[in-house]
Design a protein around this ligand. Sequence first.
Ligand code: ADE
Length: 278
Amino acid sequence: MAKCKVKIGIIGGTGLDDPDILENRKETSVTTPFGNPSDVLIEGKIDGVDCVLLARHGRKHTIKPSSVNYRANIWALKEVGCTHVLASTACGSLREEIKPGDFVLLGSFIDRTTSRVQTFYDGAPNSPPGVCHIPMEPAYCPFMPKLVSESAQALKLKIHPGVTCVVIEGPRYSSLAESKMYRFLGGDVINMTNIPEVVLAKEAGLCYAAIGLITDYDCWRDTGNKVCVDEVMHTFKSNVQNLIALLKHVIPVIANEEWDKVIESLKESVKSSVMLPS
Ligand code: ADE
């Protein structure tokens, strides 16, 4: 059987909105039943692989985490034919051994968001019909993380696979008591954007992996800095070239794998999760 053609959506988080990573760029505007995505999509290639870059917070970083149109973003990537999504995200660390500058691969999440729509199947006239009870284990693609880890190792970058991410509503950072509670609950890292992005990617039948770049230790430690915007932006900017190198290394590796069965089973999972009106 011929290999399915891979097209990879790259969702650029805080600090990764650099279209220069793509060759032969063209801009594509997409409108969706859920409104407009955060920005135009930038289509192009990395090492011959079709990719689409989307800046989660807009190219000028003007959209706050709660106001990102996650549904439009994921729908638009699906609409232009993406099979995979590699999402980058700045994260705080809740563990001593996960250090600023390290990378993580999200393996599960604890949802602490409060005001975000988490489904395409919302009963509105232009939405897909039915109610979708999508399973969240596995929430993330179980296959891409191994490839990303191997690429990170080849580039001598420190990466922690299978971490649990606490996703908070923001835009404020956590209080000391919250930060300590999240550690106690089993959170390894913390951010503000992975929910509902991962949920919607699963509803859309996309292979979705999230690569976190650790920017800070949040505020739970007795010593050291407490998280602030300057620290997050500074650590991200100092390490963004590593993230770009990692994406450029892993994307041709992903494109070289056989994904038909994985994509088929994601589609099946969505189909069997939708309850249609009887
Ligand atoms: N993004 C980066 N660092 C963070 C933190 N400490 N809390 C929430 N989101 C973050």
